[in-house]
Write a protein that binds this ligand. Structure first.
Ligand SMILES: Nc1ncnc2c1ncn2[C@@H]1O[C@H](COP(=O)(O)OP(=O)(O)OP(=O)(O)O)[C@@H](O)[C@H]1O
Ligand SMILES: O=C(CO)[C@H](O)[C@H](O)COP(=O)(O)O
Length: 318
C-alpha cells in the first residue's frame, strides 16, 4: 500500500502557516490534500486555559502523545478520529473522521517537539518572521477572526513569550527549510503586505540546483534574487533570498530551475497555471500577489512531489 507524503509546517501563532498552506494545497489539488491544524490537539478550551493560567503554546497544554499517534497512523495511510478546536467559540466541536489523501499537510505550533513526531514528515518547514511582523499579523487576524481586542492580543503575546522561547523557537533546528518573510528596510511599516523572503535551505533534503542564479547575477548582492552560504543555529546552510521587487523575468528563471528537474510535472509545478500561488489577503480585504510567497510555495511543492518519487508513487498518479 502506498503511503501519503507528509509536509510539516511549524511556527508560532500567526507566523503564516495557513497562508503558506493554501497555495500549496491548490497546486497539488484540494482533493489530493488533507490539511490538519494541530491546534485541534489542545488539551484545554479557552476558558480552562485562562483559569489554569497555561498558554496554548506550552506542551502540557496539548495532547502531543495523541498528535504523535495520529501522525504515525496517517503516515501509514490509516484514518484517524481527530478532535476539533473551534477558534470562533474557544471550545471543542465533535471529532471528525479523517482518511488521509495522497498529501497531508500538518500545520501548527508544536509539530516537531518529539523525535517520533519528527520522524513522520517527509518535508519539514519552519516559519520565522521577525517578531514585530508576527505581532502585527496576529493583532490583525485575532481581532478580525477570533473576537479579541488589540490589547488582549498584545497581552497574550507578552504572556506567551517565555513559552515561545522555550518550546516553539527551538523547533527551527529540526526543519529542512526555514522561511522568513520580512519587510523591506526602506519601508518597514507601509509595505502593504509586500515582503521579501529569506529561505534557509538545510542540506537535510536535496534542493534544486540554484547555482545558476549566482552565475546569472554574477553573485552581486544588488540582485533581487540572491544565493549565498551562511550558518543557521551554527550549522552550514544555503540561503536563497527573493525581494518583493524581483521582476517577472527573474521570477520565471527561478521557477524554471525549480521545475526543470521534473519536466513531466511542469504542468503541476507552474506558477501561471496556479493563480492561488502567492495570494495574500491585504489589510482591507483586497487580494495581493507576492512573488516571494509564490516561489516559496512552489519550492515546497517541488519537495513534496520529489518525495513521491522516493517512495515510488508513479508520476501519473500524482
Ligand atoms: N507571507 C505573508 N505576507 C503577508 N502577510 C502574511 C503572510 N503570511 C501571513 N500573513 C498575514 O498574517 C496573518 C496570519 O497568518 P496565518 O493565518 O497564515 O498564520 P498561522 O500561522 O496559520 O496562524 P495560527 O497558527 O495562529 O492559526 C494572515 O491573516 C495574513 O494577513
Ligand atoms: O496560538 C494559537 C494558534 O492558532 C491560538 O491562539 C491557540 O490555538 C488558541 O486559540 P484561541 O486564541 O482561538 O483560543
Amino acid at each position: 500500500m502506498s503511503r501519503p507524503i507528509i509536509l510539516g509546517i511549524v511556527g508560532d501563532s500567526a507566523a503564516g502557516k495557513t497562508t503558506l498552506t493554501k497555495g500549496i494545497a491548490q497546486v497539488l489539488g484540494p482533493e489530493n490534500v488533507t490539511v490538519i491544524c494541530t491546534d485541534d490537539y489542545h488539551k484545554y478550551d479557552r476558558q480552562q486555559r485562562a483559569e489554569i493560567g497555561i498558554t496554548a503554546v506550552h506542551p502540557d497544554c496539548n495532547h502531543l502523545d495523541i498528535m504523535q499517534q495520529h501522525l504515525s497512523l496517517l503516515r501509514t495511510g490509516q484514518p484517524i478520529l481527530k478532535p476539533i478546536y473551534n477558534h470562533k467559540t474557544g471550545c471543542f466541536d465533535p471529532p471528525e473522521y479523517i482518511k488521509p489523501s495522497k498529501f497531508v499537510i500538518i500545520e501548527g505550533l508544536l509539530g516537531y517537539s518529539t523525535r517520533a513526531a519528527r520522524d513522520c514528515y517527509d518535508v519539514k518547514v519552519y516559519l520565522a518572521p521577525p517578531e514585530s511582523l508576527r505581532a502585527q499579523w496576529k493583532i490583525k487576524r485575532d481581532t478580525q477572526k477570533r473576537g479579541y481586542s488589540p490589547e488582549e492580543v498584545l497581552e497574550q503575546l507578552r504572556k506567551r513569550e517565555p513559552d515561545s522561547e522555550a518550546y516553539i523557537r527551538p523547533q527551527r533546528q529540526w526543519s529542512d527549510i526555514v522561511i522568513s518573510f520580512y519587510p523591506p528596510e526602506e519601508d518597514p511599516v507601509r509595505n502593504n503586505g509586500q515582503l521579501n523572503v529569506r529561505l534557509v535551505l538545510r542540506p537535510t533534503i536535496p534542493h534544486p540546483d540554484f547555482t545558476e542564479i549566482i552565475q546569472s547575477t554574477n553573485g552581486t548582492s544588488m540582485s533581487s534574487i540572491r544565493l549565498g552560504l551562511d550558518r543557521d543555529m551554527s550549522k552550514p546552510v544555503d540561503v536563497l533570498e527573493v525581494d518583493r521587487h524581483a521582476n517577472l523575468e527573474q521570477v520565471n528563471k527561478l521557477e524554471q530551475i525549480i521545475c526543470s528537474d521534473m519536466p513531466n510535472l511542469k504542468s503541476v509545478c507552474d506558477r501561471e497555471s496556479n493563480p492561488e500561488l502567492g495570494k495574500i489577503a491585504g489589510t482591507t480585504g483586497e487580494t495581493l500577489q507576492s512573488y516571494p510567497l509564490a516561489l516559496t510555495q512552489l519550492l515546497i511543492t517541488y519537495h513534496m512531489l520529489k518525495a513521491t518519487h522516493s517512495i515510488g508513487i508513479p508520476v501519473s498518479a500524482v
